[in-house]
Structures are given as structure tokens and as C-alpha cells.
Design a protein around this ligand. Structure first.
Ligand SMILES: C[S@@+](CC[C@H](N)C(=O)[O-])C[C@H]1O[C@@H](n2cnc3c(N)ncnc32)[C@H](O)[C@@H]1O
Length: 297
């Protein structure tokens, strides 16, 4: 169903948490009067629930003691894992998770979040989803997958509903690799071309997503703040680096022209071998550019 496995989402979770620009959440400090019944949150492309786990406690700390989350994804395997992943995390965070997908609760000392999980194909069924009036629409690691027309449609609906937006961890195309290799620039260029191919929503915005979202939000009258949320991966992130490098090699190979004979990817394979050697000796460092965006109505 999805190109995102639960294993991949688990592998990237620590880097995501460390990277996110949490200072932006202060901009959501509340609650505003219209949200007296609690803050309505719509999480798009929720996967196994990483954004819920990260954001709900921060929103609580920002004054939102009552939250109502709707978490949406099209992948049933990822959604099925949300309760187990959230239960384990909640225990370690001193919180409680009760219930199942249709009706669950995340409970802290002085706050709680009701959680409803919905399976929906956002690419085709966006009109079936009502952005919460004066609430928050959020997503993590989703925006770079979507197309310009889809983003425009989402923003138009959110603007009409008076929502705030928080889009975390949109890949922006910047990659710094250390030690340097002569093939790095070519590989990253091919990866960034691959990022713009169709991920189910039409031609993806890829690295341009956050910038375009910021520009459109300003044009529609939102107050916008952005902040870098780069992954900075050292020896402690060897598994994530290994998976990322292999993924980059495959994405670059898919874009390298002409497709076909093994010889055309020999340079990419040699690049990967070099980088794996640096990884094995603890010398490899990767910085992967991301942007977080907050838009306030
Ligand atoms: C990179 S993952 C991010 C998941 C989660 N937000 C996180 O931060 O771990 C992208 C998510 O978007 C979801 N997704 C992709 N295309 C979708 C679609 N057409 N409709 C709904 N969800 C989609 C995937 O299933 C996946 O869970």
C-alpha cells in the first residue's frame, strides 16, 4: 500500500524528534476562546502516529489541555500499529493510552487528547475531510510528497476554515555529506529529481514544498514562520545512515539515464561502497535539510 514501512518510520523517529523546530509550537499557545471545548487537530499522513506522540504533549504544555485528534492515513498496516507504538511510548513518557483505533485517549496528568484514526486516501478523498474550524491541521514528513495543485486545494480549504497549520519535517533538498566524495553532488541531484516524481498526488513538490507552502500561505493571509529542522546524523545514527544511503543510491539509479545496463549504475555502486566504508569506521556524517512551517490565521 505505502512505500513507507513501519520499520522505516521507526528508524527515522529519533532523528525526526531531535530535528523538529519545537519553538514554533509556542506560536500555538492557547487556547483561543473559540476552542473552549478543546483544540481540534487533524494530522495528515499520520503513519504510526509519530506526529501525535511528538506534538500532543507540546500542545498541552502550550496550554491545550483538551485536544481532539483525527489521524488520517491510507495505509492500514501503519494505522494498525499506531496503538501499540503509542502505548509503548506513553508508558515511557509517564502517560496513558487507552482504547483502540476508533476511539482512543492519550492521558497526561493535567491534559488529555481524544484520538480518532481514519483510513483515507488523501490524494483522492481530500474533499471528504473537513479541516477543523479554527483548529490545527498538521502533518510531519508529508508535504514533500504532494503536488502543487493538491497543496493549493488543501490550503484553500484550511484558509476557509480558519485553521492554523504546522507542517514539520519537509525535505528541502539540502544534503551535506562528510567525508566528501566526488560523486556526492551528482547523486544528490538525481535524488532531488526523484523527489519530484509522482508519489500518488501527481508530480511531487519535493524539495520545493516548504518554500511553496510558505509563499502560498502568506499570499492567503496567514502569518508564517519557518525554521530549519535538519537531520544531523553521526555514528549514533549508523542504521538510519545505512538505510538512507541505500535509498539514495536506488533513487539515483532510477533517475540515471539511460536506464538498464548494470554498467550505468557502476558509479553509483562504487559511491555507495565508499560511503559504507566511512560508515563502518564511524567517519560518516550526513546532514539532511528539512523545514518546519507554522502558519497562523
Ligand atoms: C514519510 S511518512 C510520515 C509518517 C508520519 N507522519 C511520521 O512522521 O512518521 C508519509 C506518510 O504519508 C502517508 N501517505 C502517503 N500517501 C498518502 C495518501 N495518498 N493518503 C494518505 N496517506 C498517505 C504514508 O502512508 C505515510 O504514513
Amino acid at each position: 500500500m505505502s512505500e513507507f514501512s513501519a520499520d522505516w518510520l521507526a528508524l527515522r523517529a529519533a532523528a525526526d524528534r531531535a530535528a523538529r523546530a519545537d519553538g514554533l509550537v509556542q506560536g500555538l499557545a492557547g487556547p483561543p476562546p473559540v476552542q473552549a471545548g478543546g483544540l481540534q487537530v487533524l494530522d495528515l499522513g499520520c503513519g504510526t502516529g509519530a506526529n501525535l506522540r511528538h506534538l500532543a504533549p507540546l500542545l498541552a504544555a502550550a496550554g491545550h489541555r483538551r485536544q481532539h485528534w483525527t489521524c488520517v492515513d491510507h495505509d492500514p498496516a501503519l494505522l494498525a500499529q499506531l496503538p501499540a507504538s503509542t502505548t509503548t511510548w506513553a508508558r515511557s513518557a509517564g502517560l496513558h493510552w487507552r482504547g483502540e483505533l476508533a476511539d482512543a485517549r492519550l492521558v497526561g496528568n493535567d491534559w488529555r487528547a481524544a484520538v480518532v484514526v481514519r483510513r483515507l486516501d488523501l490524494a483522492h478523498d481530500l474533499p471528504a475531510l473537513a479541516p477543523p474550524a479554527a483548529g490545527l491541521v498538521t502533518a510531519s514528513a508529508l508535504l514533500d510528497l504532494v503536488s502543487a495543485p493538491w497543496l493549493d486545494a488543501l490550503l484553500g480549504r484550511c484558509r476557509a476554515a480558519g485553521c492554523a497549520l504546522l507542517f514539520a519535517l519537509s525535505y528541502d533538498g539540502r544534503c551535506l555529506l562528510s567525508p566528501a566524495h566526488a560523486e556526492d553532488a551528482r547523486v544528490i541531484d538525481l535524488v532531488n529529481q526523484h523527489q519530484r516524481t509522482d508519489k500518488g498526488f501527481g508530480p511531487a513538490l519535493g524539495p520545493a514544498a516548504a518554500e511553496r507552502a510558505a509563499r502560498c500561505c502568506r499570499a492567503l493571509g496567514w502569518r508564517v514562520r519557518t525554521a530549519a529542522s535538519d537531520w544531523v546524523l553521526g555514528a549514533e545514527s549508523a542504521d538510519l545512515q545505512r538505510a538512507l544511503l541505500a535509498g539514495w543510491r536506488d533513487a539515483a539509479a532510477a533517475m540515471a539515464a539511460p536506464p538498464g545496463p548494470a554498467a550505468s549504475t557502476a558509479g553509483l555502486d562504487a559511491w555507495l561502497q565508499h560511503r559504507r566504508r566511512w560508515l563502518a569506521t564511524g567517519h560518516s556524517r550526513l546532514q539532511v535539510g528539512h523545514v518546519d512551517l507554522l502558519a497562523l490565521p
